[in-house]
Design a protein around this ligand. Structure first.
Ligand SMILES: O=C(O)[C@H]1O[C@H](OP(=O)(O)OP(=O)(O)OC[C@H]2O[C@@H](n3ccc(=O)[nH]c3=O)[C@H](O)[C@@H]2O)[C@H](O)[C@@H](O)[C@@H]1O
Length: 443
């Protein structure tokens, strides 16, 4: 959260109360008036005291709860935003090296999808600047390793939260971004039951802060952002099409993504921002997220630890339309290339701008136990399985994307099946988690 200004913390209400002068100055009136005035003054002081105590308590509880529910950003070193050296790094990172290239601000650039897309854009000659708060939701050293990879490719990641107005304003001061690829978010479906406020902080408040910056920018960038397959919630019609119902989310995570779709629509409608929402379907692959099942199962199987496999109602296996990262990268890049321009500038709309939503899935759901047997095969080790029926934890029984719209309008065509993609993941995992002598390490 940006720091609150002093005026917001201590509203100057007392100074704004106007005390009317009495019309008569009769001594008795004066006595009554003095008595009344001193009672009134005491009353005012009491009010002031109560107001100050209340605002102190509410600030205190805000600060307290903030410390608990918002993931702690873990800076690598003292972060300085601004100054000639910083600006030089940003400009160099944003430099476009091909005709008609893009200049893209990638939020969540140290994340799984963010780091992959940032690299792909840079490699084809686009300008890319990242922003990421490096929070400790999962292993920060993995985020730092992704950052190191990006830095060797001249992609600079600014350490900052998307809720930080000053960081965003500074970035837009230095670079006229043509596009924003907004991937920073609190991810994870079931974790929303443990830490609901972190979802509101990043997926709602952070999104609005970013959109405010985008709408005021001149020129306005086009915005492409990560929604989620989870918005389909209790939808049972398969495969899931973009026009299907999305008003019955099964988790708070899904609800914040659905809210994001509504929020981005208002910025498109009022300010002429070009908006594309991408509904990702369980993205996996090398450099992935350790909180996801395929990743944590790999770790546990390799370390001989048990894994828990959730099962749905009537002992039905859960299934996911697992989508490989390289396919998702192509979908993101195509969405950026076809986004169309925002029409507004400096907060004023000048005409209608595109508002689009696409499924980016694989169209081939696979059950969780099948995913586990593939891992067992590649790791050459049997999993110690614990199967539990898990209801009401935010999970949906299956996901299955209809990708006709993305195929038609983005040329999106997933090419990697789960067996091939998981093999690539396990190969990466086994090369990443080794010591200096090439021996496997537990992390
Ligand atoms: O497609 C999406 O929209 C979402 O995909 C994933 O969410 P999820 O499909 O729940 O991915 P995992 O957490 O990797 O779970 C995959 C499957 O494994 C199951 N699972 C998970 C964890 C576990 O310990 N055991 C287990 O059986 C889950 O119930 C689920 O069916 C991502 O985590 C979300 O960020 C993303 O938005």
């Amino acid at each position: 959260m940006p720091p609150l200004e002093e005026e917001q913390l201590f509203p100057s209400t007392p100074g704004k109360i106007k005390i009317e002068r009495p019309a008569h100055h009769h001594p008795m009136n004066r006595g009554i008036h003095r008595c009344f005035a001193s009672t009134f003054t005491m009353f005012l002081w009491a009010l002031l005291l109560i107001a100050l105590t209340a605002s102190y308590l509410s600030i205190q509880s805000f600060v307290d709860s903030g410390g608990r529910y918002i993931h702690r950003p873990v800076p690598r070193h003292h972060v300085i935003i601004g100054g000639p050296h910083w600006e030089k790094q940003i400009r160099s990172s944003a430099q476009i090296h091909r005709p008609h290239g893009l200049s893209v601000l990638v939020t969540g650039a140290a994340g799984f999808v963010g780091s992959h897309v940032a690299l792909a854009l840079k490699k084809r000659g686009d300008g890319v600047v990242g922003v990421d708060n490096f929070n400790d939701y999962y292993d920060v050293s993995l985020k730092n390793a992704r950052r190191a990879l990006l830095e060797t490719n001249n992609v600079f990641i600014v350490e900052g939260d998307i809720n930080n107005v000053r960081v965003l304003a500074k970035l837009f001061d230095v670079v006229a971004f043509t596009h924003v690829l907004h991937l920073a978010a609190q991810a994870g479906v079931r974790y929303a039951m443990e830490n609901p406020h972190s979802y509101v902080h990043s997926n709602i408040a952070g999104l609005v802060t970013l959109l405010e910056q985008c709408k005021s920018a001149d020129p306005q960038p086009a915005v492409v952002w990560a929604s989620s397959s989870s918005v389909y919630g209790l939808n049972e019609k398969a495969p899931f099409s973009e026009s299907d119902r999305t008003d019955r989310p099964a988790s708070l995570y899904a609800a914040t993504k659905k809210a994001g779709e509504a929020i981005t629509h208002t910025y498109n409608h009022i300010y002429g921002l070009s908006v594309t929402g991408l509904r990702f379907f369980t993205v996996y692959g090398p450099w992935g997220r350790p909180d996801m099942a395929y990743f944590s199962f790999t770790k546990n199987i390799r370390n001989g630890k048990p894994i828990t496999i959730y099962r749905g109602k009537n002992r039905v296996d859960l299934a996911r339309d697992f989508t490989y990262i390289d396919d998702i990268v192509k979908g993101c890049v195509a969405a950026l290339d076809t986004s169309g321009k925002s029409t507004g500038s400096g907060g004023k709309k000048r005409g209608a701008a595109p508002y689009r939503i696409y499924n980016l899935g694989n169209t081939a759901p696979v059950t969780v136990p099948t995913m586990v047997s593939l891992l067992e095969k590649y790791l050459k080790k049997k999993a110690k399985k614990r199967v539990v029926t898990m209801l009401g934890n935010g999970d949906v029984p299956f996901t299955h994307a209809n990708i006709s719209l993305a195929r038609r309008e983005l040329g999106y065509k997933p090419e990697t099946d789960l067996a091939t993609g998981l093999k690539k993941f396990v190969d990466w995992y086994e090369s990443y988690y080794v010591d200096d002598h090439g021996m496997p390490v537990n992390y």
